[in-house]
Design a protein around this ligand. Structure first.
Ligand SMILES: [Zn+2]
Length: 437
């Protein structure tokens, strides 16, 4: 039997391939979950006359964005408390409420965040949170790609209680999702200041046994560096290196406080960086040396962090901030140009997750994870350079279609896999409970 084929075409096709090709009147052919051809629409239409066709006259087709660091379920705390120092915000507002979270609350909150991610162009995300089994349940239902794990730390968790149960919980997740096409389980120790050396060694061994990536917050604040020096006599990067965690499977979020030597060490070890500029700005943590990290050859992706410290998961908004923040921080308008920023949000993210051969660009042999934007709007007219628009003019709400592994998740801004109205209604109800906590 002939396999189903779909020809997707539009005014621009941004490939993000090795040659950074941008095709005008470009098209790609999707067969099952894969991209099997890329080229001019006239040519592909001739070559595949029987394929189903989706043509957007004013459409821009590009790889789906990869959000390499978030806590999706924190959407339930969006706007609950802002404009506070990190520790006061955490201790007075977030931690007391997180202690009372349930799996169902995490499930609904993750679904809400996923709706927002699909609507704003994200097709894959890396998550760290409590009740990961419910994060996975939500992700599986949505059809998005996700890398996720149970947040591990020394103190008792509202999800699993004592730490041993947390590792048991992780084993169960590995077992349950070992053959899932879209969900990958990763180890997610919270940070060096909340995880003992023995916890981190156990994480390292379990990740090794399962060939999983490890996500951790690293060198986020100056306080973290001071605490780590006091406790272990080493800065966070050296501390993790001593424990054998620095390798190509580690995705380190934030990395704001790094010396040049630490950047060089992370590059030698092949560590991946999740750059979360808006969160670092909102909590006044600082600006990560992203330009230096890229110059050192580090693989750098972009993450929104959770919706309580951003306060959204819109990767287009994040890209605009990343590009501008580094220009002003370095007083150099050429820093973090548009092409570099889009590459970080696509191929960079894929590389962070060990998926550079599978995701991140629109090329033959890769998974059909793509989005289509509508350029037929005042704020996107005229178009001299479509890549410039992606960073400096596009908004998440310009995304009209979204596809993961050859399956449409959104068409004409309607999410096909989830009931958005019901999810928003449940969140409004949930917010009343959270206010009363
Ligand atoms: Zn985070």
């Amino acid at each position: 039997m002939k396999q189903s084929e779909l020809l997707v075409s539009g005014r621009y096709l941004i490939t993000m391939d090795d040659d950074n090709r941008v095709l005008e009147q470009g098209a790609l052919l999707v067969r099952d979950a894969m991209i099997v051809d890329v080229g001019p629409v006239a040519e592909l239409a001739r070559r595949y006359p029987d394929a189903d066709k989706v043509h957007e006259e004013h459409g821009l087709i590009m790889p789906g964005l990869v959000n390499v660091h978030t806590h999706a379920a924190m959407s339930c705390f969006r706007g609950l408390a802002d404009d506070l120092p990190l520790m006061q915000w955490l201790q007075e507002y977030i931690f007391p409420r997180e202690a009372k979270l349930t799996g169902d609350m995490v499930y609904v909150s993750t679904l809400l965040s996923i709706c927002e991610m699909i609507r704003s162009g994200t097709t894959a995300f890396a998550d760290m949170y409590l009740f990961a089994v419910d994060v996975a349940r939500a992700a599986a239902q949505s059809g998005m790609r996700a890398w996720l794990g149970e947040a591990l730390y020394d103190f008792p968790s509202p999800c699993y209680g004592e730490l041993d149960n947390g590792f048991a919980c992780m084993e169960a997740l590995f077992e349950r999702y070992q053959d899932h096409e879209l969900i990958q389980i990763s180890m997610t120790p919270h940070a060096v200041y909340t995880c003992s050396p023995s916890l981190l060694e156990r994480v390292r061994d379990m990740a090794g046994a399962h060939g999983a990536i490890i996500q951790i917050h690293l060198a986020e604040t100056e306080d973290e560096v001071v605490t780590c020096l006091e406790r272990y006599g080493k800065r966070p990067v050296a501390h993790l290196d001593g424990l054998g965690l620095l390798d190509e499977r580690l995705v380190a979020a934030h990395c704001v406080y790094l010396t040049d030597d630490e950047i060089a060490l992370l590059a030698r070890r092949g560590v991946k960086i999740a750059h979360c500029q808006e969160s670092n700005m909102k909590l006044a943590s600082g600006t990560a040396p992203a330009v230096k990290m890229l110059q050192a050859g580090l693989c750098l992706g972009i993450g929104t962090d959770g919706s309580a410290s951003n306060n959204d998961v819109d990767m287009f908004g994040e890209m605009a901030t990343v590009a501008k923040a580094h220009k002003v921080a370095r007083m150099d308008p050429t820093a973090m140009d548009a092409a570099t920023t889009v590459r970080a949000a696509t191929m960079g993210g894929a590389g962070c997750l060990g998926m550079a051969d599978t995701l991140g660009s629109l090329a033959v042999g890769k998974q059909a994870d793509l989005i289509v934007l509508d350029l037929h709007q005042p704020h996107l007219t005229p178009v001299y350079n479509p890549v410039s628009h992606l960073v400096y003019a596009v908004r998440g709400s310009d995304v009209v279609h979204s596809m993961v592994a050859g399956r449409w998740l959104m068409r004409e801004r309607k999410i096909l896999t989830l009931d958005e109205e019901a999810i928003m209604a449940e969140m409004r109800e949930l917010a009343r409970q959270i206010m009363a906590m």
